[in-house]
Design a protein around this ligand. Structure first.
Ligand code: FAD
Length: 281
């Protein structure tokens, strides 16, 4: 039984109740022994403090934390201070992103693309941080063409990324083709498959439209048909995502990054299913 990459993503909670819920989620997920826990940064760089707080809690609880750093709406100096702070706290892992605009009129900031951020982090801190970047097997929604998106992906890897985490997807061929294309460009870093458990149809459909992830028609229609029957929807979602993970591992994917949405149950269920069929995640 070989061992596969496995990491989990959280977002910073906004209320004391949500903080407590995340604390309980962490306590349930730590025994699964993922390699690290990443913590998102709200659109436009909001939640800076929340991101750092959660990353620090994870770090102090003896786990590897990977805070997300974005460039939208911020300056070179602010980013410098933030990464130096993470360095002084002993954090050694970052997810470096351009970030999303909070609204269409939001300020871009001093850096416009993730490759500039990666280059800056390397220039300021050398090899201190392990750096993950984002990858889009179904193309970034703003990209002019798949080929340009690929070139831009390669550019940020060459700037110094150690690994990539994909946007979630439900079509394994999109992932395999993407990996094949980046390998042809001479990129050999791990491309970790981002996995979104299916637990709620409405919010998944809404989010997928904005981030450019496709929910295949047969999955969408089936999910729609469950209506308020959430138990059946979740059973079906677990089957679909387990099968996706199995196909990815069988096809050579190095492992997964689970978008937990701060919930322990779906990640536990998925790991349990994969472990019972012999995969070590
Ligand atoms: P980039 O790699 O900079 O690409 C953005 C677009 O510009 C692409 O269309 C690309 O083709 C193009 N491009 C890139 N470089 C160049 C260049 N040099 N010249 C011209 N065009 C270029 N968002 C948040 O706000 N907070 C988060 O915490 C967060 N976490 C994420 C985690 C993961 C794993 C993923 C997959 C996404 C996450 N996002 C997050 C969303 C992400 O910020 C958005 O998808 C954003 O629109 C693009 O970020 P990026 O780092 O991929 O950008």
């Amino acid at each position: 039984m070989s061992s596969h990459h496995f990491s989990i993503e959280f977002f910073p909670p906004k209320t004391p109740e949500a903080c407590e819920k995340l604390r309980q989620t962490r306590a349930r997920l730590y025994p699964l022994s993922p390699e690290y826990f990443s913590v998102t940064l709200g659109a436009g760089g909001s939640t800076q403090d929340g991101t750092q707080d959660v990353a620090l809690q994870i770090h102090q609880e003896g786990q590897r934390a990977a805070p997300h750093v974005t460039c939208i709406g911020t300056s070179r100096q602010t980013i410098r201070e933030k990464i130096m702070e993470y360095k002084s706290l002993g954090i050694r892992h970052l997810v470096a992103l351009r970030g999303d605009l909070p609204n269409p009129y939001g300020e871009l900031g001093e850096f416009h693309y993730a490759n500039e951020l990666v280059e800056f982090v390397r220039a300021e801190t050398g090899d201190w941080f392990y750096i993950d970047v984002a990858a889009y097997p179904e193309m970034h929604p703003e990209a002019k063409s798949p080929q340009e998106d690929l070139i831009n992906f390669v550019r940020k890897v060459r700037a110094g990324a150690d690994a990539a985490i994909t946007q979630y997807f439900y079509n394994p061929d999109a992932y395999f083709r993407f990996v094949e294309n980046v390998r042809k460009e001479g990129v050999d870093i791990p491309v970790i498959a981002g996995i979104m458990p299916i637990t709620n149809y409405t919010s998944l459909a809404r989010f997928s439209d904005t981030c450019g992830a496709e929910i295949p028609r047969w999955i969408r229609l089936k999910l729609e048909s469950y209506g308020d029957d959430l138990d059946s929807l979740r059973d079906f979602g677990l089957d679909v995502v387990t099968r996706l993970c199995e196909q990815l591992l069988a096809g050579g994917a190095p492992g997964f990054h689970f978008y937990s949405l701060n919930q322990a149950g779906p990640v536990e269920a998925l790991c349990e299913r994969l472990r019972t069929v012999g995969y070590r995640v």
